[in-house]
Design a protein around this ligand. Structure first.
Ligand SMILES: Cc1cc2nc3c(=O)[nH]c(=O)nc-3n(C[C@H](O)[C@H](O)[C@H](O)COP(=O)(O)OP(=O)(O)OC[C@H]3O[C@@H](n4cnc5c(N)ncnc54)[C@H](O)[C@@H]3O)c2cc1C
Length: 415
């Protein structure tokens, strides 16, 4: 069944209940502790690996859903439990997506299982694109990849910034520039295998939210990887570079009309992954809304539950309406991706934009509904509020999402 359907099927319901159970019984009770400790929650990752939620097979089966909804359902449920722990578990899928979108079938088979490690001894993986001087503008990467033909090796040098699982990961997927004159079209992705000399992680960055999730700079100094670690292979890269040199540059940041297949491929990849990130933000919004509903029902002021005031009940009604609307945007984009529909209006970006902004407004509103209690660490809405903000920043800021949508619907060079 791959038609658009507004009900979930039995498999999706089973998945939803399984992840929801894990989120409520394992993740949520551990959330405050790992947020406070600002450490990777390895016991939770091990438990998720033990039950099969964290692992290659589980992710593959979610990706195998022809409707596209399973991955979004699982993300919403897990992040409804807690976003910091959720990101510690699903941060690996960023690296997996990088391998999946650029690798050969052999590379997928070799590296994707290694991203997760073994169920007894799980590992995490990192996807390294951003740099100190290149976040939104990914065409300006300064990390270089040089081919050493005599030793059949690629040599990587540079610095990556803000990398989820950076330095603590086994597999690092690193995007580097092979020919800087070509901007984004001169870049390629490389697998850096576990334990490769020259790759070093910086100290864990102390953050506003997602504190359980490890974020760090990654330094690459004369990092040598076998030729086979170039995702897609050298022949394909050489052909792509030759084509790019023949055509004048239309880089990602310039984004003029048209722009060539490579840019369209990259755009399609982003449009595919954005609904998943949006589903994480939706999970936070839903958790905050549910908590506020329950609190407002029990809290009495002026002799009646605060939920009986329109000011409170209408705010909760508006949020619930937004939550349902955003879920439809997410499911539509996921379904379009799974069924190969063209993202002619950047529908993936639409879902990420609205979900990220909803997570911020929903958590802020939840604090307001709780009053002073919402501002204290005794209640989880304070943590949710801190966690939510990242969703208007990473995986493309809200400004970049608007730019992408504007370009898609106008076909013009909007800056
Ligand atoms: C917790 C966390 C985890 C992360 N994980 C990863 C990871 O695993 N891998 C990875 O590669 N990166 C990761 N990042 C990096 C993240 O993707 C970047 O922070 C993000 O893309 C924004 O880049 P920047 O911080 O350099 O902001 P900048 O690009 O410097 O942007 C600054 C401001 O300018 C705006 N702006 C920039 N260009 C335009 C424009 N053309 N039009 C309008 N406005 C514009 C932006 O929207 C933003 O408001 C992570 C970041 C954080 C905070």
């Amino acid at each position: 069944m791959s038609g658009f359907c507004l009900d979930i099927n039995d498999d999706q319901r089973t998945l939803r209940d399984w992840v929801r159970g894990f989120a409520e019984e394992v993740v949520r009770p551990a959330a405050a502790e790992w947020d406070e400790r600002e450490e990777t929650p390895w016991p939770v990752i091990r438990e998720a690996a033990r039950i099969g939620l964290y692992g290659f097979e589980s992710l593959a089966s979610m990706h195998g859903d022809p409707t596209g909804l399973s991955l979004q359902i699982a993300n919403e449920e897990l992040f409804r439990g807690d976003a910091g722990i959720g990101m510690s578990l699903f941060g690996t899928s960023l690296a997996v997506a990088g391998i999946f979108s650029a690798g050969t079938p052999e590379q997928l088979g070799e590296w994707i299982p290694q991203c997760f490690g073994d169920a007894d001894d799980p590992a995490v993986a990192a996807f390294c694109v951003s740099e100190p001087g290149a976040g939104s503008d990914v065409s300006s990467l300064r990390t270089r990849a040089r081919w050493d033909g005599a030793r059949d090796e690629w040599v990587l040098d540079g610095q990556k910034a803000w990398i989820t699982n950076g330095g603590i990961a086994g597999v690092h997927v690193v995007v580097a520039s092979v020919d800087s004159a070509l901007g984004a079209r001169g870049q390629a992705a490389f697998v850096v295998p576990p334990g490769t000399p020259g790759l070093v992680g910086g100290p864990k960055i102390r953050k506003l939210g997602l504190r359980a999730s490890h974020t760090a700079d990654v330094f690459l100094d004369d990092v040598r990887v076998p030729g086979s670690c170039l995702l897609g292979g050298k022949e394909k890269l050489d052909a792509r570079l030759a084509r790019a040199r023949e055509r004048p540059r239309v880089g990602a940041a310039e984004g003029g009309k048209g722009g060539g297949t490579r840019r369209q491929d990259a755009m399609a990849t982003f449009e595919l992954s954005r609904p998943t990130v949006a589903a994480q933000a939706l999970g936070i919004a839903r958790a905050a809304h549910e908590y506020a509903m329950e609190y407002a029902d029990g809290r009495v002021a002026f002799g009646r539950p605060v939920i009986e005031n329109q000011a409170i009940a209408f705010a909760l009604a508006d949020l619930r309406t937004e939550i349902d609307a955003v879920r439809l945007l997410i499911w539509r984009a996921a379904w379009m991706g799974a069924t190969g529909k063209p993202f002619d209006a950047a529908q993936g970006s639409m879902s990420k934009l609205r979900a990220g902004e909803l997570a911020v407004t929903a958590t802020e509103k939840a604090i307001q509904v709780l009053g002073g209690a919402g501002y204290s660490r005794e209640h989880p809405v304070e943590r949710m509020y801190r966690d939510a903000k990242i969703y208007t920043i990473f995986e493309g800021t809200s400004e970049i999402q608007r730019l992408v949508i504007a370009r898609a619907i106008t076909g013009r060079h909007i800056r």
